[in-house]
Design a protein around this ligand. Structure first.
Ligand SMILES: C[S@@+](CC[C@H](N)C(=O)[O-])C[C@H]1O[C@@H](n2cnc3c(N)ncnc32)[C@H](O)[C@@H]1O
Length: 289
């Protein structure tokens, strides 16, 4: 089975709209991460599992006229739709596998991935691909969720059950909604230095579009819940109704915890080096890692 078939979320217009809302919501925190590294003019960087290109656009702002951003996703329909807007010659959209990008080894200054290990799992494999792509001294940047803080106080037991189902739905397809909590131990096993982490939680009014994330997940995960016999339609409809009602009451919503991690690939002296050339996207050798 391919990685794409394992993905727990749908790949339709509503899910793409959810990705837009989510990316817009976390944009300030993404900017803080890119400032922390900091991503510099002239860098060649990649965003693995780029979704709606919000991160790629933010990276473009930082790499300047001489830099380049490679944005990789395996959702061909999404990329096709985005391609018409992505007219910047410094932005390269690639339909491919984030876990096996086929870009040249040790050719990039920074590699970013957000919300990839949560739906796809395979955190160690993702990190291995990130490290394979980085030049010695290059920066990895990961952002993953951890669900404990996620709360809708007015929803009571309905939220407890829906959160459990969201975790189970991701898990049923090999994902891990709490991948953020695994970042410290995963990074500790790697040849990296200058490891830094930040955790971010927001509270927001119930009327905020991102407060509806649980409902968006309920729509996107429903086929997985059905197929895995985790919940039937009548239970799901009941939970959705209860959450809808809770969001009309005061009490607000607390987000899941966004765990950001950044670290430097091991220095040249202790790492096998593939010679870096001017472009990581040259046809042929660039894709033959
Ligand atoms: C939860 S979304 C996150 C999107 C984006 N990183 C963001 O934070 O806005 C995960 C993205 O990864 C893509 N994806 C899933 N599996 C993939 C794979 N094996 N290779 C490349 N992209 C993948 C999906 O199509 C989707 O766009």
């Amino acid at each position: 089975m391919t990685a794409a078939l394992d993905y727990p979320l749908q790949r339709d217009a509503a899910e793409h709209a959810r990705l837009q809302t989510q990316a817009a919501f976390w944009s300030t925190d993404a900017a803080a991460l890119f400032d922390s590294v900091p991503v510099a003019p002239g860098w060649q960087v990649a965003d693995l599992g780029c979704g709606t290109l919000h991160v790629a656009q933010a990276l473009l702002d930082r790499v300047g006229s001489a830099g380049r951003v490679i944005a990789i996703d395996n959702d061909a329909a999404l990329l096709q739709r985005l391609r018409s807007d992505a007219v910047d010659s410094r932005l390269h959209l690639e339909c491919g596998d984030a876990f096996d990008s086929r870009l040249r080894a040790h050719s990039l200054d920074a590699v970013h991935a957000r919300f990839m290990a949560a739906p796809c799992g395979r955190l160690d494999a993702l990190l291995a691909e990130v490290l394979r792509l980085l030049r010695p001294g290059g920066w990895l940047m990961l952002q993953e969720p951890q669900a404990d803080s996620w709360a809708i106080p007015a929803a009571g037991e309905a939220w407890t059950r829906l959160k459990q189902l969201i975790r189970a739905g991701f898990e049923a397809r090999g994902g891990d909604f709490d991948a953020g909590a695994k970042l410290p131990s995963a990074l500790a096993r790697l040849p990296v230095s200058a490891v830094r982490m930040r955790q971010v939680v927001h509270t927001l009014p119930s009327t905020h579009p991102y407060a509806r994330l649980p409902l968006d997940f309920a729509r996107s995960l429903r086929p997985v819940w059905r197929a895995s016999h985790l919940a039937d339609d009548s239970e799901i409809d009941g939970l959705v109704g209860a959450i809808e009602r809770a969001l009309t009451r005061p009490g607000g919503v607390t987000t899941f915890t966004l765990v950001q991690a950044w670290a430097k690939a091991q220095a040249a002296s202790s790492m096998p080096i593939t010679r870096r050339t001017s472009s990581v996207l040259d046809p042929g050798p660039a894709h033959a890692s």
